[in-house]
Design a protein around this ligand. Structure first.
Ligand code: GDP
Length: 295
């Protein structure tokens, strides 16, 4: 991930650093190249545009051009801009409430939502929390069973399946049962969908209304590039997201989804899925990622 973006930006910056003095025109040319590199990496157009406008202004102002090392300074401005775009600090789950805290997982089918639910449950269990998972996916055959199987693997309780029960009722039952049995966290794995679908959006909103989740995490597949951005924007219009999980960061995505997510949803990327195994998830570190992009 980010390899080709990193190469492209590396080339732009080598040319900048190679010159002692920089003119405003040099900076503008370099920034146009940065814009093209971002677009080629699948960064959403409005995001790339506003990023480049902002950093161009900074790079031309602030006495940067009159400094002894203008090239270096411009690179630093781009670096800081990238961190800003990715969301400065690592964003933690905010589930410090009177238990049970509720984490609602949303996203398209196949994004890795169910796997991610189990991955996060495993992390929370390792932190000493008593976690319950419940699948509210009554659309996809065997979705509830899939979560139960993952629960067995990571030794996390799943809500017993009651055939025919509808999502809002499953959600209510999960909360009740978690309260009664003293669970710290309930994770609700909502129905996946093949595309953004209003009936399922309404179902998700109805679940959110009764469960009042502390965290609503959108799971998106980083390999889907521009589509991931469209999905994120549709979901964030419908439900109050608190964060994003990008899956398949182990794949060869060009990075556009990661770079656009915060601007599109206004929420931080909280985790990165790094593989199929249930321990392959990492907190998302904006600074590290920005460092990797700029090499
Ligand atoms: P859901 O339909 O969104 O619930 O998707 P699943 O959780 O069933 O995942 C779909 C497929 O993606 C499964 O084969 C997962 O093992 C795989 N998967 C999930 N997350 C990741 C990830 O971060 N990296 C990779 N390589 N595969 C993943």
């Amino acid at each position: 991930m980010f390899d080709s973006l990193s190469d492209r930006l590396g080339g732009v910056f080598d040319r900048l650093r190679g010159r002692g003095a920089l003119t405003e025109a040099d900076v503008r040319t370099a920034m146009r190249e940065v814009r093209v590199a971002l677009l080629e990496a699948d960064v959403a157009l409005p995001v790339a545009r506003s990023f480049v406008e902002k950093i161009t202004e900074q790079a031309i102002g602030q006495n940067v051009l009159r400094s002894v090392t203008p090239g270096q300074q411009v690179v630093k401005i781009v670096h800081d801009g990238l961190i800003d775009m990715l969301g400065s600090d690592t964003a933690e789950l905010e589930i410090d409430v009177t238990p049970p805290a509720v984490i609602m997982m949303v996203g398209l089918q196949g994004s890795g939502k169910t796997t991610t639910t189990a991955k996060i449950a495993r992390l929370l269990k390792k932190q000493g929390k008593k976690v319950m998972m419940a699948s509210l996916d009554v659309n996809r055959p065997a979705a509830q069973e899939q979560l139960a199987v993952l629960g067995t693997q990571i030794e996390v309780v799943t809500l017993p399946i009651v055939a025919g029960q509808q999502p809002v009722d499953i959600g209510r039952r999960a909360l009740q049962s978690a309260k009664l049995q003293g669970f710290d966290v309930v994770m609700l794995d909502t129905a996946g969908r093949l595309h953004v679908d209003q009936a399922l959006m309404d179902e998700m909103k109805a679940v959110a209304d009764i469960a009042r989740p502390q965290e609503t995490l959108l799971v998106v597949d980083s390999l889907t590039g521009q589509d991931a951005v469209n999905v994120a924007s549709s979901f964030s219009e419908q439900v109050a997201l608190t964060g994003v999980v990008l899956t398949r960061m182990d794949g060869d995505a060009r990075g556009g989804a990661a770079l656009s997510m915060r601007a599109v949803t206004g929420k931080p990327i909280k985790f990165a899925g790094m593989g199929e195994k249930l321990d392959q998830i990492e907190p998302f570190h904006p600074k590290r990622v920005a460092g990797r992009i700029l090499g």
